[in-house]
Design a protein around this ligand. Structure first.
Ligand SMILES: Nc1nc2c(c(=O)[nH]1)N[C@H]1C(S)=C(S)[C@@H](COP(=O)(O)O)O[C@H]1N2
Ligand SMILES: [Mo]
Length: 174
């Protein structure tokens, strides 16, 4: 499964990224502001639920740690659960702990080039240690919440957490 709908095309003039806290405080970056944040290069393997893996992929992005510390300056409080929201309506849920500690990024470049629209450009969530359906393409917002809430595939029977090493594909997989 690659995309649940058509590829959205948001112009960089109107693109923004929001990190929202549980009591609705938020920090927002325009594309220019976003690219001015300290970035990292990430070399990692990725795992799709339908069994393929890709080894040694190279990305560039802003870590969620960086976004959390920047947004804390605007009074955004962290909360235990996160839903990623995307252009096109796709959502996926991840515990905040899985996005911290240099384990997740908002990536805007792949193999040294801007991330192509069909792969989530201008920017996508990258959570390499979970199945790739958690790596939301065209992401525009991370919303932190006190309660967990299933995203698009999770509410259609995919596993809530999605650890590839434990092969957590479907709800019910231990
Ligand atoms: N917004 C959005 N993100 C998404 C999806 C989607 O349908 N919409 N599909 C997920 C799934 S199931 C996979 S396997 C990967 C595919 O990423 P790729 O197209 O870059 O290979 O994106 C994930 N992120
Ligand atoms: Mo997938």
């Amino acid at each position: 499964m690659l995309s649940a709908g058509p590829t959205p095309r948001t112009s960089l003039d109107t693109w923004d990224f929001t990190l929202r806290g549980a009591s609705n405080q938020s920090a927002r970056w325009s594309w220019t502001e976003f690219l001015a944040l300290p970035r990292q290069t990430i070399k990692t393997d990725i795992h799709c639920v339908t069994k393929w893996s890709k080894f040694g992929t190279t990305w560039e992005g802003i870590s969620i740690d960086t976004l959390l510390s920047e947004s804390a300056k605007h009074g955004v409080q962290p909360a235990q659960y996160v839903v990623a929201r995307c252009d096109g309506g796709y959502t996926t849920n991840v515990p905040l702990a899985d996005l911290m500690g240099d384990k997740a990024w908002i990536a805007f470049s792949y193999d040294g080039a801007p991330l192509p629209p069909e792969h989530g450009g201008p920017a996508r969530l990258l959570v390499p240690h979970l199945y790739f359906w958690k790596s939301a393409k065209w992401v525009r917002e991370l919303r932190m919440m006190d309660q967990d809430a299933p995203g698009f595939w999770e509410s259609l029977g995919y596993h809530n957490y999605g650890d590839p090493w434990r092969e957590q594909r479907y709800s019910g997989d231990e």
